[in-house]
Every structure is written in C-alpha cells, then in structure tokens.
Write a protein that binds this ligand. Structure first.
Ligand code: FES
Length: 106
C-alpha cells in the first residue's frame, strides 16, 4: 500500500489504508488532522500541502476547483477529504491548520 510522509510531523510515515480519501487514511492512523465539515468538501481545514507525488493523487474535485478559484486553495494544496492516494506522497500541514497540542517539526 502507498505511504504518506507528513514532513512537518517529524517525517511521520503512515500507510494509505483507505481507498476513499487521504483524510480517511490519516484518521485511520490515529493522527489528528482538522476536518471541520466532516469531510464533505465544505471547508478548507483539511487541506494539505503536497510536497511530492501530486500525480499519485486522484484528480481535483469540483469542491477543490471552487476553493482554488476563491484563492482559498493554492496550486500545491489539496483537500485531504477530496483526494485519494494511489502512490507514495509527501505532504505537510499548512501553518493555519496546525493544532496547538501537536509538536510540529517545522
Ligand atoms: S473536511 Fe472540510 S473540506 Fe475537507
């Protein structure tokens, strides 16, 4: 199964266990990750910066295109609830979505 490396969580490696979404794989690994709308594509709190492996993610959804047009999702960011992992990727948590109780490495 593909691996997800979260670079600013001390290069934490998790396995992409969910065929459905990056968010589901992250949560299944018991890693805290914001997802205020519950994974419905209605917020941007689950966004991830894609460091490597963009081609290993499923294509952008309508929700992601909408937030990109509104300048709330950068070209190198994806909504974790909207994309699924098909190969190894490296991601990072954006500063604005970091949680206070987690010790981030960058
Ligand atoms: S959890 Fe709200 S858009 Fe992903």
């Amino acid at each position: 199964m593909p691996e997800i490396c979260i670079t600013n969580m001390h290069d934490k490696i998790i396995v992409a266990t969910s065929p459905k979404s990056l968010l589901e794989s992250i949560l299944q690994s018991h890693t805290d990750w914001l997802h205020s709308c519950g994974g419905k594509g209605r917020c941007t709190t689950c966004k991830a910066i894609i460091i490597e492996g963009e081609k290993n993610l499923t294509p952008q959804t309508a929700a992601e295109k909408k937030y990109q047009a509104l300048n709330q999702l950068a070209d190198n960011e994806r909504l974790a609830c909207q994309c699924a992992v098909r190969g190894n990727i490296k991601i990072a948590v954006p500063d604005e979505n970091k949680m206070p109780h987690i010790d981030y490495s960058v």
